[in-house]
Design a binder for this molecule. Structure first.
Ligand SMILES: [Zn+2]
Length: 236
């Protein structure tokens, strides 16, 4: 049984590596069909307490698979790159938990991406930066009237809403009320405000003509926006 399991681990590992030039424990479980992408999504949104809860198979199977995977990354000479996984919720920044035990060593292993050593130094670095970038939170500007699922406030066309667990929330209920909208168009101001703000959220709106979401601007802390404006006025 263990031999077959090992084979499945290595197959998933090889496939992920050749597809994306890096491989993470999550890729292995998905490749082995022990983990559904939709469950990963739920976990990333903070709806699942720890990832192992939604991985099929008992702890022995999981542990054995990770041991095989770890040995394989060493054999291949892959470069470990620790990544931060933040919950995609509107509240304060929170690192996601992987294991039932919460053991630091295990958590650290789960958070690691293993990067192909055949990539050039520059490409390795770029990939590392990309993987390190936390997933962006997004707020939608509605193109039709909607309603907050919590306080039932009407959200008229053009107002902001945040989707949490598939339900629309007004910015108040999403705890994003302290943020101010900065429309796109001033690249310098946007960059400075983002730098000053501990939280910045992209605002998108669905374009019917292009059939995709387009960036409209960002939401940043009011104080950060003020500071950024001041900095720019001092430069002039
Ligand atoms: Zn509300």
């Amino acid at each position: 049984m263990n031999d077959r399991l090992k084979q499945r681990v290595l197959q998933a590992a090889e496939e992920a590596l050749s597809r994306q030039q890096y491989v993470s424990p999550i890729d292995i479980f998905i490749g082995m069909h022990l983990l559904q992408p939709v469950h990963v999504e739920d976990w990333r949104k903070g709806k699942v307490p720890y990832l192992e809860q939604v991985i099929q198979g008992n702890l022995n199977k999981i542990t054995f698979s990770m041991k095989c995977f770890h040995a394989w990354t060493k054999e291949k000479g892959l470069k470990p790159s620790p990544t931060v996984y933040l919950a995609r919720t509107s509240g304060p920044k929170r690192e996601l938990r992987f294991s039932k035990s919460g053991d630091l060593k295990i958590e650290q292993f789960y958070r690691t991406h293993f990067i192909s050593s055949t990539l050039s130094e520059i490409k390795q670095k770029k990939l590392q930066e990309k993987l390190d970038k936390p997933l962006e939170l997004v707020v939608f500007r509605t193109i039709q009237n909607s309603q907050c699922s919590q306080c039932k406030k009407e959200l008229h066309k053009g107002s902001f809403l945040f989707m949490e667990a598939g339900q629309p929330l007004c910015l108040c209920c999403a705890n994003l009320n302290d943020l101010e909208y900065l429309p796109r168009g001033n690249a310098q101001l946007t960059r400075l405000a983002k730098k000053e703000s501990s939280k910045s959220i992209v605002v998108v709106e669905f374009s019917r003509s292009c059939k995709r979401y387009e960036r409209q601007g960002i939401l940043v802390e009011k104080e950060a926006l003020k500071k950024a404006e001041l900095e720019i006025s001092e430069l002039d």
